[in-house]
Write a protein that binds this ligand. Structure first.
Ligand code: DGL
Length: 263
């Protein structure tokens, strides 16, 4: 397989662009294709079967577009569908899961909070990982109901967002957490707001950088890193409005192409 083929990335919507930024930063010579399945967001309230069939649809499109590796830039899709994808396709898959292990290793108060979708928190994979790494640690899990929808609408700075976040953080503050794990790739866009609402002693942890590092490792292992020092292309497809992607990737406006596409 040619190493200059693109890295394929998909998410239920615009949130995985937070992962795309980390990948672009770490791997500046890689071409990328990103699918925002915003028409079907949020995945978090769907059944496992529905999530798997949406992931199949996204994967097949990325394979038709000749991607050499697929990054599932969505915790809900990873925790519900990645084993299916790995069992059924030959291409390497990179997933994203809530970073509970590092939080559990670093906590001093023995209390950590996790904000994620219903689909992630209820998944088998999350429950196994959580049990494995958090013995003796108090975990406060909160479903971020409605957060993905507000981000998809471009309403990050709304009063509704602030009110929702305040209500979701309350049980975590009551539990005296010292680490907040962001278990959804949309949520890194909430970090400025979360910083305003949380005391400084609480660390916010997300998995974006780790996903980029893992993507690099797996490409390297498969001899698929693009060694040519090219100016890469970055193609974004959304099956809904493209305006929020433009807004979130304003700093990259000159190097990306964003188009609407049915898929
Ligand atoms: N970005 C997705 C995730 O990481 C959002 C899930 C959803 O669409 O509900 O879980």
């Amino acid at each position: 397989m040619a190493s200059n083929l693109p890295i394929g990335i998909f998410d239920s919507g615009v949130g995985g662009t937070s992962i795309w930024k980390e990948i672009e930063d770490l791997l500046p010579y890689e071409n990328t294709i990103y699918l925002a399945d915003s028409q079907n967001a949020p995945y978090g309230n769907r059944s496992v079967d529905e999530i798997i069939s949406l992931c199949i649809k996204n994967t097949e499109l990325l394979l038709d577009l000749n991607c050499k590796i697929i990054v599932v830039a969505c915790n809900t899709a990873t925790t519900n569908a990645i084993s299916y994808l790995r069992d059924n396709y030959q291409v390497p898959f990179i997933g994203i899961e809530p970073a509970i292990k590092p939080a559990a290793l670093m906590t001093n108060s023995n209390s950590i909070g996790i904000l994620a979708t219903r689909g992630t928190l209820n998944s088998q994979l999350f429950s196994t990982t959580s049990k494995e790494h958090t013995q003796g640690i108090k975990i406060t899990e909160v479903i971020g109901e409605g957060l993905v929808q507000l981000i998809e609408q471009g309403n990050i700075d709304s009063q509704e967002m602030t009110d929702l976040l305040k209500s979701y953080l309350k049980p975590m503050l009551d539990a005296e957490i010292d680490h907040l794990v962001l278990g959804c790739s949309h949520y890194p866009y909430l970090i400025p707001k979360l910083r305003e609402l949380l005391p400084n002693r609480i660390q916010i942890i997300d998995s974006g950088e780790a996903v980029a590092r893992q993507t690099k490792n797996i490409l390297d292992k498969n001899r698929l890193l693009n060694n040519e020092k090219i100016t890469p292309y970055h193609q974004f497809y959304s099956n809904s409005t493209t305006s929020v992607i433009h807004e979130l990737l304003m700093d990259h406006a000159n190097s990306i192409r964003v188009e609407q596409k049915e898929f």
